[in-house]
Design a protein around this ligand. Structure first.
Ligand code: MLT
Length: 410
């Protein structure tokens, strides 16, 4: 019989979001007709903006003509999209990139999950805790960890706790880490990092020869102009960081799929024999071997996000979600519950009332008022006792959810 990859057996239960869907489905089956409000997974609800839809349609029409038809495109992405990305997302912030440092893909989940492949299995990994589960699970699958203990932690993984006690700012790892995953604005806590603190991280990585895997999928939600949108705004970061960006949350592409990753040419790793190797070349080799590129109409749609009308329409959608965030934040906080995030990020992180466990609070909200959130412990052991609400819902759902939570005896 074929042997399986035993590392998969180390994974805890199901992936977080399917597990939540299962519980919601079970509730629905036994309570048919009850309306459920979903503020769990961070999935957008507003439709694609008109400028994006037009680009999508035009490009599809083009594909139906012999002059405009395209087969395989460049695996790394079309130049027309990469040029817009560099100009609007980086040059506008004083960051210079060349086109072969940007790789277009079909999502940050895949990118943040796949990146570990080009690093040694002996790499020491540090993650903030709580954390987006993909970073952890993909390293478990690859075999970089041991089993998970009764404390919910995988052996050999370095956890950097982020709780209200340290204002959700992780300390540097106590032991040296090869790869450090950081996500700002943070999923799940909705908290941010200042330029000063990010500079300390870059300096730390330079001193310790570590690489920072910087997930900036939520940078579009930053409202405080002093906060960094890219790690490359920090001097020296190109030698120690890879950045992940996505059109999913900012432009409503969760179902459309487009993202990109920036791998600077200055970034080097080391082979077993001690030779310095370009991480950009390795990623290029991996990407072009395993990926055939995002479809032409989708890349045209992504490029349209950078047009004047695209920017304006997208910014209105972001404002809508951030108004939802305000409604949730203020509504929950008025109940005397401690809330975090929701100012520069579309997630509100709250302390569960009465010291309830995260899953108990999840079950209570589901059973008593039919509001679905995400249990903090699903993001890691330091998330226990916290709960995440997403601001990506429809306005009327968000308002109703807050009213319903207010009706609970907490
Ligand atoms: C979340 O809810 O944390 C995100 O939607 C997950 C994702 O982007 O894959």
């Amino acid at each position: 019989m074929a042997k399986i990859n035993d590392n998969f057996l180390k994974l805890k239960a199901g992936y977080l979001f399917p597990e939540i869907s299962k519980r919601v489905r079970n509730f629905s089956d036994s309570n048919p007709g009850k309306r459920i409000i979903r503020l769990g997974i961070g999935d957008v609800t507003l439709p694609l903006v008109p400028t994006v839809v037009k680009a999508l349609k035009d490009a599809s029409d083009e594909m139906g003509t012999s002059a405009g038809f395209k087969g395989y495109g460049p695996e790394q992405g079309y130049g027309f999209l990469i040029d817009e990305i560099i100009k609007h997302d980086f040059q506008s912030r004083g960051v210079q990139l060349s086109s072969d440092e940007v790789f277009v893909s079909d999502g940050s989940k895949c990118d943040t999950g796949n990146i570990q492949e080009i690093f040694s299995l002996s790499s020491k990994i540090a993650v903030t805790d709580p954390v987006y589960p993909v970073y952890v699970d993909t390293n478990v699958m690859a075999g970089r960890t041991g089993n998970s203990g009764s404390d919910g932690k995988y052996e050999k993984l370095i956890y950097l706790p982020c709780t209200s006690e340290n204002n959700f700012q992780p300390d540097f790892p106590k032991e040296r880490a090869d790869l450090i995953y950081l996500c700002y604005p943070n999923n799940p806590t909705g908290t941010t990092v200042t330029k000063e603190r990010l500079k300390e991280w870059v300096d730390y990585a330079r001193k310790n020869n570590s690489i920072i895997l910087y997930d900036a999928a939520y940078e579009g939600f930053i409202t405080d102009s002093s906060l960094p949108h890219s790690i490359f705004e920090i001097e020296g970061a190109k030698e120690v960081a890879i950045e992940f960006r996505s059109f999913s949350k900012t432009a409503g592409f969760t179902g459309t799929r487009c993202a990109y990753i920036v791998v600077p040419k200055e970034l080097k790793g080391e082979s077993e024999s001690g030779e310095k190797v370009s991480i950009n070349s390795l990623w290029n080799r991996r990407h072009t071997t395993k990926f055939n590129g995002v479809s032409y109409p989708i890349q045209k749609a992504a490029a349209a996000c950078y047009s004047d009308s695209g920017k304006k329409e997208i910014s209105a959608n972001i404002n809508y979600y951030m108004e939802n965030a305000r409604i949730i934040r203020e509504g929950i906080s008025a109940l005397g519950i401690q809330v975090y995030g929701g100012v520069n990020a579309p997630y509100i992180w709250l302390k569960t009332p009465g010291n309830a466990t995260s899953w108990d609070f999840f079950d209570r909200l589901l059973n008593e008022v039919q509001v679905v959130g995400t249990p903090g412990s699903g993001f890691g052991p330091s998330g226990e006792g916290y709960f995440r609400l997403s601001a990506f819902g429809k306005r009327e759902d968000v308002e109703e959810a807050v009213q319903k939570i207010k009706s609970l005896k907490l």
